[in-house]
Design a protein. Structure first.
Lengths: 113, 112
């Protein structure tokens, strides 16, 4: 069973609208959680990284939240743009395994005019 | 751009053949990790090389092997290719094992 689950699997929104993507994880002990943006056929690019003590982090129009007690994270995108169309992947690192990243399957976001 | 480069960009092979994929790490990084990403899936960890030694391995058969060179660039070799090996292969470099990983653009491998 995947230790990182993301929802929804895919999402279509109109340009200018906001959206929220969800990530639930069971990885333990927890080290950090990252959100990546991956354009089709390209490598993932880091958007935010949060450790146990952080519950929110922003990067421009992207705001990530983390609830380490419930093991949930969200990525909120404000005022979406066509260029936001991509896959958004939640990645969780365990504290006892420096190299092993646990990837979610991603949420595929399509922003339409 | 992360400064991590991969070659080739695309590759088409037939079943049973062998393939070598290459990755140049970001300047100052001594660790390279390789991932396989099937269509519509998240990346799956293949292995990591730290200072020229294999530092960890995921659930991949021995026909997936790798190398890291003194300049910390790396190769991924896959023998006896199977149709299911068709995927985007990503490499990521980091300052050391456990540090944030920066991904390259990937190599798209198609096995016919």
């Amino acid at each position: 069973k995947n230790q990182v689950e993301q929802s929804p699997q895919s999402l279509i929104i109109l340009e200018g609208k906001n959206c929220t993507l969800q990530c639930n994880y069971t990885v333990s002990p927890f080290s950090n959680l990252r959100w990546y943006k991956q354009d089709t056929g390209r490598g993932p690019v880091s958007l935010t990284i949060m450790t146990f003590s952080e519950n929110t982090k922003s990067n421009g129009r992207y705001t990530a939240t983390l609830d380490a007690d419930t093991k949930q994270s969200s990525l909120h995108i404000t005022a979406s743009q066509l260029s936001d169309s991509a896959s958004y992947i939640c990645v969780v690192s365990a504290a006892n395994s420096g190299y092993a990243l646990n990837f979610g399957k991603g949420t595929s976001l399509l922003v339409t005019p | 751009e992360t400064g991590v480069t991969q070659s080739p960009t695309h590759l088409i092979k037939t079943r049973g053949q062998q393939v070598t994929l290459r990755c140049s790490s970001q300047s100052g990084h001594n660790t390279v990790s390789w991932y396989q990403q099937a269509l519509g899936q998240g990346p799956q960890f293949i292995f990591q090389y730290y200072r020229e030694e294999e530092n960890g391995r995921g659930n991949f058969p021995p026909r997936f092997s790798g190398l890291q060179f003194p300049n910390y660039s790396s190769e991924l070799n896959v023998n006896a290719l199977e149709l299911d090996d068709s995927a985007l292969y990503l490499c990521a470099s980091s300052l050391d094992s456990g540090s944030e990983q920066f991904f390259g653009p990937g190599t798209r491998l198609t096995v016919l």
